[in-house]
Write a new protein. Sequence first.
Length: 618
Amino acid sequence: MECNNSILETTEMAKSTEVRELLPFKTLAELYNALDNGLPELPIAYITESVDYVYRGSDISAQQISLEKVDRDEQPRTLVCHDMKGGYLEDRFLSGSTSHESYIFYHWSVVDTFVYFSHHFVTIPPCGWINTAHHHGVKVLGTIITEGNNDTWNTILASQEDAKKFADTLVLIAKCYQFEGWLLNIENKIKQEDIDNLIYFVNYLTENIHKEIENSEIIWYDSVTNKGELNWQNELNENNKEFFLHCDGIFLNYNWTESKLGNSCMFAKELGRDIKDIYVGLDVWGRGCPGGGGFNSAYALDLIRKQGLSVAIFAPGWTHEYFGPNTFQVLEDLFWAQLFPYLYVHVSIYEDETFKTSFCRGAGICYYYNGEEYFEPYKINGESAHGRKTFYNLRMQQPQLTVSAPHSQFTRSTQTTLIEDVENDDEVNNGQGDKDNDTKKPRTRIERIYENRKNIIRVCDNVVNFEEKLPALDVNTFEFCDQFSYNGGGCLKLITRDHRLYHRLFLIHIDLKHNIQATIVYTELGTLMNESRKDPVLILGNNGDLKSILPYDSVRVNAKWRKCIYLTNLRTVDEIGVSFLGKCECYLGEIVLGKRDHRFDNCDSASVASRISDYHVV
């Protein structure tokens, strides 16, 4: 079947603008009708290759200088299942939108598989999610889901030929859109006489998608049993083993216990399957998950990792959906910082390729190009962006940091009970208040207090208050700045209070045939202690050997931004960092590592070497 634009729907928006958007299939008939017309060709990026080792998040969180490389295949995996208000919001537009406060994700380095989830029958991941995940070496799955009184599977499982037809269709969709597989989520009863055909379908789909798509995955959600009952098991057992044995993994429901995890491990081993193929559900909204989710999600993850099991983190967009966009950036970093010690950082490969990032997350209050506001580099819903400032387009996301913000881990957490006197409580008085007297009704609320080295965070329901602690003299940290940019919609703010310590930013694998040249674009809007301007010192690592590289040249780009050029005698790099020779607050707009520019071919090697020295932490 050839591709055309059958899935790209035209919708009337403001000013009757035609909008190209990617939407799910809601019924089996709609799916097959679309296939009769062909599937579209879309601008999808191929997945970036990763090395076969990872780093432990616990070592990075502890700020160890020398990091051990551990075999990736031997470590439990991390799956993230995206659930945000039903899906297909601003992310559905192929050309983006102007809703810059929409949800974004940028913790790709610790995620192995990303699932785009919705409650529609066939959930196709929007292009922006596929592209940005692939740029970071992360696999993407769509979702097949049926719920309630749904008889779709009666048609699919009427015969093995019908089951094969549906499976072949799912393989074709994944291949055309260039994503890596499916989460199968059946949340309605299946007729007992159809169970054999359901197992046949799972096996056939898994085998055939493996033939067509490299490193593809089919994951089964723990819902329907082998008797066709809708009965979540919260463990791997006799009731769901047939589905597990015929696909790549099982996503356990969230209401598990430690003993159920232990049972699942033993049962997988009895079946001859790797326990890492068990993805234990962690619901960030809580809903019966041990620890209650939220900022206490690390409690459940700790129990999961103690068993050596993989994790399926469901709905981490809670930080945006529950609290709103105003506090999202801070709360998102806090949330993932708590999980980071239990995760593993995978490393993307740049072999004879240039590594370049402006830190843009795919959204911004204004688009910048070379440090200047620029309104014409992209289109919004097919319309020129001229005159518009804000933008949201995940396809524009640049490579993101591979480490969490230092000192964001909680050092203490407590909770207090707040008793408030509520006058004329509408809920108590059926919305009428108390018209006869002014008695006050007590209401109990829980305030949770979290503390790290930088902040005290008070959370009561979905209201958050931050208290800045007195700055610790030895704390170096970084944070994203969305107020201006060099290219895109943001930059990275580095805060240096101890110049003896460097900022670790990227764990990476760069291998070039020629000596590496690097550039850093930065601005220093103000300094601490009234000190003069300081150019960044580039830190490059290879197998634990860190080199400190001073700029070979420094030029002003415009009134705000300055560019430093670094010449090296290195060709292989596995770590990128930055340090400064004094206390300062500096904003990085861009980092580039590639082959040496021809302008510097005749540079004196002694002059280059004089700017390179071994880096030692004092």
